[in-house]
Design a binder for this molecule. Structure first.
Ligand SMILES: [Zn+2]
Length: 618
């Protein structure tokens, strides 16, 4: 009788709530939405509660003992999801432990932790996911993830005729880009740079962290694990630099393979060029110059010879890009893998100059930066730019969407096609050398801080406390949220970097920290689906990424540590178009064919790793 009562009650509820209502009343309800990893003791702690006109909530230890009771606030409507939400605020409770929330009318939440090291596991999984993406070697995630392994893949290589070469290159390595097995310099660059920046800014916290990587290569013996993993991709990127300094755009098969394991994909992995002289592209070459310059700085304390090699490669790439500043890339005929066809190259060139100035202090890079930075300043208007989200009607490949290059604003954050913010931030992170630079640096810092204020204010007003606007629910919206968080942490760094002693954050800085944490809470479960968007993290994580190994291995759970692309108001594939028609934050399905909503990608994981690396552990 009781069960029948539940089923009748459940019929009027959304699907997730029905599943709960039909089950054990002690099993967690998706109506209570919180960060399933948990919260730092000193941080703001809020859960969102949907579908109840409830009065009170309880905070319970994992053994069921109630430690805190308080009224729910609200309700208020969240426009982006349509949800009517109440808030359970338990910020005042700081005692470490494992907990769940209980709302008498609804049930209990997923279990979570309060602890100063609460995000160590998330960092480990999301950074180690890059090891899982390795190409060209055996991968084995070890005893904890016993069946997650594959033998070496994609060892059959070739120069595609569009590269200007023939025969086969002797290269392998790098990370599979996303759900496919291609490797693309432009996207690899923004992902690798984001990770290197995380290490450069927060290395003290990261140096001793372990990733349980396989047996050491001799040249890796003295490297921190995070840099060992980054080097795996850097070495492949360097292998795409030609003798003349130019860099080929990508290495992939001619078309996407089926949903098979990487070792079963026998299509040759081909170095692909522009099809006519000079064959290499400006975007790939400038991006490599920037990334290799960062690498030269970051690796210098550990491996001076490698750092010197990176710097030499970066400067040769810069020289090539100076000779060929306008070579864009389009997939040559017969190639249908990811294009990353950035047509606007000013931001890539500015970024390369800025990173090289910081790495070398050579005046030529400073002069280039000062002469070309102006178009990227003064774009902090709160008005979003009109931008083409996707072509009308037809098929949409997210790799063909390129946001216009922008500077630092509270909208259109950093992305693979828009690296202007990295150029500006790298410049201000350098030691200033003259009055003119000081003036420009002050403008960049002011813009960064004002943008952070706007992002934080918008986050506070949002029902789920995420910075995403309606326009941000694009392909990879979870990566957009991650990059807003990156921006908030950069503001914190720029605002405090000249202090001689550590400063206690004031209310303004605290607002940025809280908002950065809010993006994390959204990604790890405080969202309309009550879903952790990182595989195998949290009690209720998404399970069906568009990720070939996760589908082909037939294991019950996907490969760990991968961030879903997330809701997309412009569904670009047939399965996604069968999903909810709106509102934007609800336009998501956890189904592997829905690549425009549920693919994973190295450039979306990277800002999440950055956030987990840099969020102050208060
Ligand atoms: Zn591979």
């Amino acid at each position: 009788m009781q069960r029948r009562h539940f089923l009748t009650f459940a019929a009027g509820l959304p699907l997730g709530l029905q599943a709960w209502a039909a089950g054990d009343a002690r099993s967690p309800t998706p109506a209570i939405r919180l960060n399933q990893a948990g919260y730092l003791p000193g941080a703001a702690k809020q859960a969102k509660v949907a579908g109840a006109k409830a009065g009170n909530f309880r905070l319970c230890q994992a053994n069921g003992q109630v430690v805190w009771r308080a009224p729910l606030s609200g309700p208020s409507q969240d426009d982006y999801s349509g949800d009517l939400l109440q808030t359970a605020d338990f910020s005042a409770w700081q005692t470490p432990g494992r907990y769940f929330l209980e709302v008498p009318e609804l049930g209990r939440s997923w279990e979570f932790a309060i602890d100063t090291r609460v995000y160590d596991r998330a960092w480990y999984l999301t950074m180690r996911a890059y090891y899982g993406q390795r190409c060209g070697c055996e991968v084995d995630l070890g005893p904890e993830f016993a069946a997650y392994r594959h033998p070496p893949c994609h060892l059959v290589t070739a120069y595609h005729p569009s590269s200007g070469r023939s025969g086969a290159p002797h290269n392998h390595g790098g990370w599979h880009d996303a759900g496919d097995y291609g490797r693309y310099i432009v996207n690899a660059a923004v992902a690798t740079a984001t990770l290197l920046w995380a290490y450069e800014l927060y290395g003290q916290r990261l140096e001793a962290r372990k990733l349980d990587l396989p047996a050491l290569a001799p040249q890796d013996a003295d490297l921190p694990d995070m840099l060992r993993e980054i080097r795996w991709n850097l070495d492949w990127m360097l292998s795409l630099q030609d003798r003349d300094g130019g860099v080929w755009h990508k290495q992939s098969s001619t078309h996407f393979c089926a949903f098979i394991m990487p070792q079963d994909d026998h299509l040759p992995s081909e170095i692909i060029g522009t099809g006519k002289p000079p064959y290499k592209s400006t975007a790939a070459t400038a991006d490599l110059a920037a990334v290799a310059a960062i690498a030269a700085r970051v690796f210098r304390p550990y491996d001076t010879a490698y750092a010197a090699q990176c710097l030499d490669r970066a400067e040769r790439a810069w020289t090539w890009a100076g000779r060929h500043p306008r070579v864009t890339f389009h997939n040559p005929p017969g190639i249908t893998t990811g294009e990353y066809g950035d047509q606007q190259l000013a931001d890539e060139l500015l970024w390369a100059a800025s990173e090289l100035w910081r790495a070398t202090r050579k005046r030529k890079y400073l002069q280039y930066f000062l002469a070309h930075a102006e178009p990227f300043l003064g774009t902090s208007s709160a008005q979003p730019q009109t931008r083409r989200i996707f072509p009308k009607g037809g098929q949409f490949d997210w790799r063909t969407f390129v946001p216009p290059p922008t500077g630092i604003s509270d909208h259109t954050p950093l992305s693979w096609g828009s690296v202007g913010p990295l150029a500006l931030w790298s410049f201000v992170l350098s030691e200033p050398a003259s009055g003119a630079e000081d003036a420009m640096a002050r403008r960049i810092i002011a813009q960064t801080l004002a943008s952070a204020d706007a992002i934080a204010a918008r986050t506070r007003k949002n029902g789920y406390r995420v910075a995403l606007r309606a326009q941000d629910y694009v392909w990879g919206s979870n990566g957009v949220a991650g990059n807003y968080a990156l921006q908030l942490l950069l503001a914190l760094r720029l605002d405090t970097m000249h202090a001689s002693t550590p400063v206690q954050p004031g209310p303004r800085q605290q607002a940025w920290i809280t908002a950065a944490g809010d993006q994390l809470h959204y990604l790890l479960g405080r969202n309309t689906f009550s879903l952790s968007w990182v595989t195998q993290l949290g009690e209720h994580a998404f399970r069906h990424p568009h990720h070939r190994p996760s589908v082909a291995d037939r294991l019950p759970l996907p490969w760990p540590g991968l961030l879903s692309g997330g809701p997309n108001a412009h569904p670009g594939d047939p399965r996604a178009r069968q999903g909810p028609p709106g509102p934007p934050a609800r336009m998501y399905v956890d189904a592997w064919p829905a690549y425009s909503m549920n693919e994973v990608a190295i450039n979306w994981n990277a800002p999440l790793v950055f956030l987990l690396s840099g969020l102050p552990q208060s």
